[in-house]
Design a protein around this ligand. Structure first.
Ligand SMILES: NC(=O)c1ccc[n+]([C@@H]2O[C@H](COP(=O)([O-])OP(=O)(O)OC[C@H]3O[C@@H](n4cnc5c(N)ncnc54)[C@H](OP(=O)(O)O)[C@@H]3O)[C@@H](O)[C@H]2O)c1
Length: 317
């Protein structure tokens, strides 16, 4: 699908990846871009058309689809994230993430599918994540919501093809937005996500892997339990062990200080740059060793399962 001349709607377009999508669509000559947001006052760019939308409000989703009969491209971007361990995550928070990240995407796609069909087919771009494919223990409920959205997207692609609507799934690791402002870790620029996604859309690709992290994880899926999870498990054990150990070695002291200072909690709505104490605590456990970084690679994950894994992290080699 060509973006030039198209009418698009982007959910959560007031900040982060959604705002980058809206701007990139305009750059590429979109005829109109609806910024579907919870607070229309949060849309400062006068080139955008702000419309009120909370994706968890089913009635409003239906109403908006009835109001906006000219949409040809739907970008399902709105999302929420938080850190949560599998056994202690709040069910309310798990439901919130499913409501926004999964069911919100389903609701908007179902509501706008007839609009897209009437306008010649068009496309749906779903902003998913590397977390659709790999379950990092500190993101237990977020992973599940993104995995559900991915699974549903693949089914929807098959059905929507019947009406000539393309579905593009976009997968990426960490992106420099408010959602993960607390993490000191390599992040992709939101503009790069939007550009890669729209390049993929215009090239007719069903899936876009924005960064090396998502490409590596996807490449390891054929053997994920052997290639991905031993490394994740080793890192999890190292960080959990560091918490209990009374006299950890030098760099683990640094680890354990931030570990003990950190608590699982919401990441979103934290001010950019306002990194809470303990922010670095999440990095090693999510990506493998923050210092050695070898564990980010599929081979590295496997290697990280070796007895040396904890040593790597302890030495920061
Ligand atoms: N940042 C990352 O590392 C990363 C990586 C992979 C995928 N993603 C995905 O990328 C998408 C955008 O995230 P981001 O990083 O740009 O996060 P962000 O900066 O926190 O922005 C999230 C956006 O979603 C909107 N939103 C949240 N709940 C909503 C609801 N119920 N209805 C409508 N809008 C809602 C927010 O609106 P308000 O301003 O009103 O809260 C905001 O515009 C999400 O789907 C996220 O899961 C992010």
């Amino acid at each position: 699908m060509k973006v030039e001349g198209a009418v698009a709607l982007v959910t959560g377009a007031n900040r982060g990846i959604g705002r980058a999508f809206a701007e990139e669509l305009l750059e590429r000559g979109a005829a109109k871009v609806y910024a579907a947001v919870r607070d229309v006052g949060a849309v400062a760019d006068e080139r955008l058309v702000p419309v009120r939308l909370d994706v968890t409000d089913g009635a409003r989703v239906q109403e908006l689809a009835a109001e906006l009969g000219d949409v040809e491209l739907l970008v399902n971007n709105a999302g929420v994230g938080s850190a949560a361990l599998p056994l202690s995550s709040s069910l309310d928070e798990a439901r919130r993430q499913l409501e926004v990240n999964y069911l919100g995407l389903v609701a908007t796609t179902q509501a706008f599918a007839p609009v897209l069909a009437r306008n010649g087919g068009g496309a749906v771009v779903n902003v998913l994540s590397v977390a659709s494919w790999v379950s990092l223990p500190f993101l237990a409920t977020y992973n599940a919501s993104k995995s559900a959205a991915w699974a549903w997207s693949n089914a929807a692609r098959v059905e929507l093809k019947q009406q000539g609507t393309e579905v593009v799934g976009v997968h990426v690791g960490f992106v420099d937005t408010d959602m993960v402002a607390a993490l000191e870790i390599d992040k992709v620029a939101p503009e790069a996500v939007a550009a890669a996604a729209l390049d993929g859309l215009e090239a007719g690709e069903p899936e876009v892997l924005v960064d090396e992290f998502s490409r590596e994880v996807k490449a390891a899926l054929h053997d994920d339990l052997a290639q991905l999870y031993p490394g994740i498990e080793a890192e999890f054990a190292a960080t959990a062990g560091a918490r209990a150990r009374p006299s950890p070695p030098s760099l683990l002291v640094e680890h354990s200080e931030v570990i003990s200072a950190a608590r699982p909690g919401r990441w979103d709505r934290q001010p950019r740059g306002g990194k809470p104490e303990g922010a670095r605590r999440w990095a090693p456990a999510m990506l493998g060793c923050f210092w050695c970084r070898r564990a980010r690679r599929p081979g590295g994950w496997r290697a990280a399962a070796s007895p040396r894994a904890a040593g790597w992290c302890a030495r920061g080699s």
